[in-house]
Design a protein. Structure first.
Ligand code: SF4
Ligand code: MG
Length: 343
């Protein structure tokens, strides 16, 4: 494990506070890609900001713990880091690439100078010559001509700028890179090239990735494990490969039905009717009940717990597949043969 999040809670202050992240736990293993999926507004980005300690008011963390285990084996409690501690932690241990990142490059400063700023802040002992060499290497590593070091961001296409941002995120060899919709603004071909590049770099450099997107199809392809979020909670957590065909949660099943089959067989594209609940007024019971075709009476009164599925096979680690749905809970699911929908 490299990063462990336990029971993370985030609220947006307001007249009626919005509970945007409601008790999320996960463990990122060393070298893996953990995908986080869900419709927009489900709390994915808020979770990313919480994990990187970048939440800004009115958002604030109201509970949970975050533990980082470094490659040297030291455990760091991220919530206890002060500003100085966070500053040295970011980039060196954990870095981030956001959707709008390519627009965050400084337009009036050369690419080389922007890399230089990172090195000067975190590796003050580095000589100028080495900074330049390292920058050129990084640019080439993400498929950009090293001569661009003296160029400006506006001379590059969106895809190339996003590559620059990824190279910056990798500049200090972090152990974890969090990517929130890193390619969503780009066309499909460029997106594909960049993802292949990230995958190659990950194999070469061995960092772990948390990859956040609403694009479940893409996540199924690139993730080792996948967490599906709904209304601020993880509702299913599973090995990505098997999730595509064996999703246990009705919401995941609905998401899977709403994009074309990866094998090229076009399935009926069918969105999930309805919209997520208002998190300022939390309904009792399952947050998905209003949109769930399989809802039954208990769903409206008792919130389902994230439980290990009973399809667990011998020899496989516990906790590898969990879902929060009463249909998977022996205490609540209707008896076989009984009607499963409300009358
Ligand atoms: Fe549907 Fe009930 Fe499962 Fe919620 S708990 S997803 S409403 S069946
Ligand atoms: Mg988002």
């Amino acid at each position: 494990m490299v990063l462990r999040a336990r029971d993370i809670r985030v609220e947006y202050d307001g007249e009626r506070p919005t509970r945007a992240v409601r008790g999320v736990s996960f463990e990122l293993r060393r070298g893996e890609v953990l995908g986080i999926a869900g419709e927009s507004g489900c709390g994915k980005s808020t979770l990313a900001y919480a994990v990187t300690r970048m939440l800004k008011p009115p958002a604030r963390m109201t509970g949970g713990s975050l533990t980082f285990r470094t490659r040297e084996g030291e455990e760091i409690d991220l919530l206890s880091l002060d500003e100085e501690g966070l500053r040295s932690f970011r980039w060196t241990r954990l870095s981030m690439v956001f959707q709008s990142a390519m627009n965050a490059l400084n337009p009036v400063t050369t690419i080389g100078r922007q890399f230089g700023d990172i090195f000067r802040a975190h590796r003050p002992e580095m000589e100028k010559e080495e900074r330049v060499r390292r920058t050129r290497d990084l640019l080439e590593m993400v498929g950009i001509d090293a001569e661009r070091i003296n160029g400006y961001p506006h001379e590059l296409s969106g895809g190339m700028r996003q590559r620059v941002v990824i190279a910056m995120a990798l500049a200090l060899e972090p152990e974890v890179v969090i990517m929130d919709e890193p390619t969503t603004a780009l066309d499909v071909v460029v997106q594909r090239e960049i993802l292949d590049e990230v995958e190659r770099l990950r194999e070469e450099l061995g960092f772990s990735v948390i990859f956040i997107t609403h694009d479940l199809g893409l996540l199924l392809e690139i993730s080792d494990r996948l967490a599906v979020m709904y209304a601020g909670e993880i509702i299913e957590y599973a090995p990505a490969e098997e999730l595509a065909t064996q999703a246990a949660h009705p919401y995941t099943q609905g998401l899977l039905r709403s994009f074309p089959d990866l094998t090229g067989v076009r399935r009926e594209l069918r969105g999930i009717p309805g919209s997520p609940p208002d998190l300022r007024t939390e309904p009792p019971g399952c947050a998905f009940a209003d949109r769930c075709e399989q809802a039954f009476d208990v769903c409206r009164s008792i919130a389902p717990r994230l439980l290990e599925l009973d399809r667990r096979e011998p020899g496989r680690p516990a906790g590898r597949w969990t879902a929060a749905c009463h249909l998977n809970d022996p205490d609540h699911r209707p008896a076989a043969g009984a009607p499963t929908t409300e009358g």
